[in-house]
Design a protein around this ligand. Structure first.
Ligand code: SAM
Length: 270
């Protein structure tokens, strides 16, 4: 199977689930191992909602990138970008506006290796291996690619990644470092799991993330609102995933709280 050689880096731990590969399995991808599938199936047995949340997160990300492209954004810094799947950020952004530029950043070796393989012929996209917990280094690596012009607006995408940072990493300060690197008119996109209003089985399923390379930290809406310090949230604010600007044709979601995750987009004022 030649494809396997492309995406399995030599020195990864295949005995411990990785959150990137578990997420890939939930999205129907093929870049995961038995250990990842077993954990995902255990989560599904506890609560089928978690899979719905992951898919709803992906749909939100696509809607929000289309929205950002509609606001004139042509540069994207996608941090915690994950293992590529259908409808990646560069595909959405370039379909809306050809020539849009995307830097994908991830800490997971499989996500980075596979992204590099499928993007090697795209001159407007690069992949950087970096850690969100080291924002200065991450920004240095992003600048070193020369792909983005930081004197012009950039959308910082933090979809489904900040919940892997414990409070001891001070996510608000990390996001502040990223904010300080971009100019007015730039955007912050965030999606993040929450325990707000969730039943015990959902909380227990999220606890299983402790078996992967990083455990999830659920946060309340009030905690997440702080991460937009300096940004002005665009309508409809910080809301459950499926209620962020649903598009014509989307099924109305009768119970948005079921997604157990918030989403929001903010613009950096001048
Ligand atoms: N952003 C994509 C999305 O919303 O569909 C993928 C989200 S996936 C749930 C989370 C990704 O964040 C994984 O690929 C994981 O490797 C990455 N990640 C976790 N901690 C990270 C860190 N400290 N720095 C960079 N990436 C990280």
């Amino acid at each position: 199977m030649p494809d396997q050689l492309d995406w399995i880096p030599a020195d990864i731990d295949v005995d411990r689930p990785s959150n990137a590969r578990v997420y890939d399995y939930f999205l129907g991808g093929a870049h995961n191992f038995e250990v990842d599938r077993q954990l995902a199936e255990q989560i599904i047995r506890m609560t089928p909602n978690v899979g719905d949340t992951m898919r709803a997160n992906r749909v939100f990300l696509r809607r929000a990138v289309r929205y950002l492209a509609g606001q004139g954004i042509r540069q994207f810094l996608d941090i915690g970008s994950g293992i590529p799947t259908a409808g990646n950020v560069h595909e959405i952004a370039q379909a809306a506006s050809p020539g849009s530029r995307v830097i994908y950043v991830d800490i997971d070796p499989v996500a980075v290796a596979h992204s590099r393989t499928i993007l090697r012929d795209d001159p407007y996209t690069v992949v950087v291996c970096a850690d969100l917990r080291e924002p200065a280094d991450l920004l240095d690596r992003a600048r070193a690619t020369g792909l983005l012009d930081f004197s012009r607006p950039v959308a910082i995408l933090l979809a489904g990644v900040v919940h892997f940072l414990p409070d001891s990493d001070d996510p608000a300060a990390i996001i502040g470092r990223l904010r300080d690197a971009v100019c007015p008119g730039s955007y912050l996109l965030l999606s993040h799991v929450t325990g707000d209003g969730q039943p015990p089985e959902v909380l227990a399923a999220y606890d299983l993330s402790g078996q992967t390379d990083s455990a999830l930290r659920l946060r309340s809406r009030a905690e997440l609102a702080r991460y937009f310090d300096g940004f002005t949230l665009v309508d409809p604010g910080l809301v459950f995933l499926t209620t962020w600007r649903p598009e014509p044709g989307d099924e109305p979601d009768e119970d948005p709280q079921r997604t157990a995750a918030y989403a929001g987009v903010g613009i950096l004022a001048g």
